[in-house]
Design a protein around this ligand. Structure first.
Ligand SMILES: [Zn+2]
Length: 290
């Protein structure tokens, strides 16, 4: 059995090319178990999570990266988030079956994938990537080609048990050897989804690059974690306004909010909500997905 939930960085010492391999297993399982979306939708989420994890590592930010698609298709919301603390969370929501032969554009009935980078206190950066391509890998490759100055390539695979990704990137600097880059891309293109998903990183790297001089750095563990909290939920309720809250309260007696990412639920009765609105009006409002 391979060791689950790890991300590895590696370096081709003679080529100035770096790479990463991520495998998300138990933490992915938890997301799968909690979702009622069909496998085809879940597989997209798995790949998006693997990609988000690789992106956080590549961009070396302190914060989080999310990939998000919203539309009117059978799958109307997909959100995958990874943080620099090596945590992931994600959600995919579906309201009707995916039909055979539907493209990604049809599945989501959306035009774009939105990449949001939250790096500490800086203003979030949003990148919009057209949802054109046969796979998430292809779509994200467009993002790398347009935004990263450093040539970067990505391979993604997912099953209902694991989600995995591999990334190669040229290091900053002069005098890159196109032959080495192309050779490594050709070697990596021979990787099969099954291998990405099931092999230990050391086995995978040996299978692909056994003739290359490669340095492997210690792994970091990936964990499922959610950033929701009672305080954040309270801020969200506050942003809805007192009138709205009072009307829900009159109807339901109490308000129960369940987090879509982790299933935690937060209950507020009239007394709690009275406190929410008696607190200072300077509470920051939160985003729609708390
Ligand atoms: Zn949560």
């Amino acid at each position: 059995m391979k060791q689950p939930d790890l991300v590895y960085r590696f370096l081709f010492e003679e080529e100035d090319i770096r790479g990463q391999h991520v495998s998300i297993d138990n933490s992915w399982q938890r997301i799968v178990d909690q979702s009622d979306a069909e496998p085809a939708a879940l597989l997209l989420l798995g790949q998006a999570l693997a990609a988000a994890t690789l992106l956080v590592e590549t961009l070396k930010i302190e914060g989080s990266i999310s990939l998000q698609v919203r539309g009117d298709g059978p799958v109307h919301l997909l959100m995958a988030e990874a943080t620099s603390r090596h945590t992931i969370r994600g959600i995919v929501r579906q309201n009707r079956p995916i039909e055979t032969g539907q493209t990604l554009e049809n599945i989501f009935a959306a035009n774009a994938l939105v990449i949001t980078i939250n790096a500490g206190d800086k203003k979030p950066y949003q990148g919009i990537v057209p949802l054109q391509g046969n796979s998430l890998t292809e779509i994200l490759q467009t993002y790398f080609d347009q935004s990263e100055q450093l040539p970067t390539r990505l391979w993604l695979a997912s099953s209902l048990q694991n989600a995995s990704g591999l990334l190669l990137q040229q290091m900053p600097g002069e005098g890159h050897d196109d032959d080495s880059w192309n050779r490594l891309l050709m070697l990596t293109d021979t990787v099969e989804d099954q291998e990405l998903l099931e092999l230990e990183t050391t086995q995978l790297l040996h299978r692909l690059y056994h003739q290359e001089k490669l340095r492997l750095f210690p792994a970091e563990s990936i964990q499922f974690a959610c950033s929701c909290s009672r305080q954040r939920t309270q801020n969200m309720l506050h942003s809805l306004g007192e009138a709205e809250i009072k009307s829900i309260l009159a109807e339901q007696g109490e308000i129960k909010i369940t987090c879509e990412f982790c299933d935690a639920s937060y209950e507020f009765d009239a007394v709690d909500l009275g406190e929410v609105f008696s607190e200072a009006e300077s509470q920051p409002s939160s985003s729609s997905l708390h």
